[in-house]
Write a protein that binds this ligand. Structure first.
Ligand SMILES: Nc1ncnc2c1ncn2[C@@H]1O[C@H](COP(=O)(O)OP(=O)(O)OP(=O)(O)O)[C@@H](O)[C@H]1O
Length: 306
């Protein structure tokens, strides 16, 4: 089976305290991921704030250049050196969906105009009827229609509608990979499941692969095929989502899971942090440099010292 996207031993460091500083922060360390062409999936990246999720997303989008390693899309290196038609083809195939849909759209530009310019630029459509048909098809795929958004500005739509319009824009490009960085965290709780279910439907009906970046283990459990848990730039555990989340093996993964309070715990005021898990997770972090990923079988692997 051929690879759709390969993240091959990728690391990214940033200078700390300004460009001329010698100290470096390792935002992403030695990450490997392979997504296959004929196996659309929801691949979820979880980890607390600062664990490197957004940096990894930006590397995949070619918005950052790896310090080490290489990212390939359909066998071709992403980012540096890809200009013109190659860059254009990559941009239409790999599309971001951002956290705050209101920031993704210019408030002074009508939402339908955005979709129309995307159809012209990425699908090379010129006739108005063709452009509108492509826009409507993408909007229908996300549960909207051209009639609903025609002539409307971003502030005239709800956060959930606008996030769906942002996803429709990616579909107008005929994207094969969506990189959705916290796509539901700014959306009203009541509409979150609609967006999450939409991602699932895009995988099942359209064969779109979704890289879903989140803090939220509940939605991760609900929609992910595979999960990758990151702690301070390193992968600590990865594998089939239910297998990993049902019985996490790394102390940090266990801590993340324990941090999701059950309704019963919260109701009983049982809010004490899992101190033992926190300490074990900190200890694992201290020895992370001398650790490696151990294969546990069935695609599940965990970081262990030594
Ligand atoms: N351009 C940059 N310059 C310097 N440091 C950076 C830069 N981008 C990210 N970092 C640092 O790299 C680390 C990882 O950041 P990143 O934003 O990737 O984490 P994250 O897991 O996405 O966090 P969040 O969930 O808060 O978005 C952080 O310590 C961050 O401060």
């Amino acid at each position: 089976m051929s690879a759709l996207l390969e993240v091959d031993a990728v690391s990214k460091s940033f200078p700390m305290g300004g460009l001329l500083s010698r100290e470096q922060i390792e935002a992403v360390v030695d990450i490997d991921v392979t997504l296959l062409q004929d196996r659309p999936e929801i691949f979820t990246i979880v980890g607390e704030s600062g664990s490197g999720k957004t940096t990894l997303a930006r590397l995949i989008l070619g918005l950052e250049t790896p310090t080490r390693g290489e990212i390939r899309h359909l066998g071709q290196p992403v980012g540096a050196g890809r200009f013109g038609a190659q860059r254009h083809a990559f941009m239409s195939a790999v599309q971001p969906v951002f956290q705050n849909p209101f920031e993704a759209f210019n408030p002074l530009k009508r939402v339908d105009r955005y979709l129309a310019s995307t159809a012209r630029a990425f699908r090379s459509l010129t006739r108005r009827a063709e452009i509108e048909a492509a826009m409507d098809a993408a909007l229908v795929d996300v549960g909207l229609s051209l009639e609903e958004i025609r002539g409307r500005y971003p502030h005239e739509l709800s956060g959930g509608q606008l996030q769906r319009a942002a996803i429709a824009r990616a579909l107008v490009c005929e994207a094969r990979i969506l990189i959705a960085d916290e796509p539901v965290s700014m959306v009203d709780a009541s509409l979150r499941m609609a967006i999450v279910n939409l991602l699932r439907r895009l995988r099942d009906d359209k064969g779109v692969t979704v890289i879903y970046i989140t803090h939220d283990l509940a939605t991760a459990y609900y929609i992910s095929d595979r999960i990758m848990i990151m702690q301070k730039g390193r992968v600590v555990e990865t594998g089939p989502a239910r297998r990993v989340l049902n019985a996490p093996q790394h102390p940090y993964s266990r801590l993340l899971k324990a941090s999701v309070l059950s309704a019963a715990d919260a109701g009983q005021g049982n809010l004490a942090p899992a101190q033992d898990l926190f300490e074990a997770s900190q200890e694992a972090l201290e020895v992370a440099r001398d650790s490696r990923m151990i294969d546990l079988g069935e695609g599940h692997s965990v970081r262990r010292a030594g």
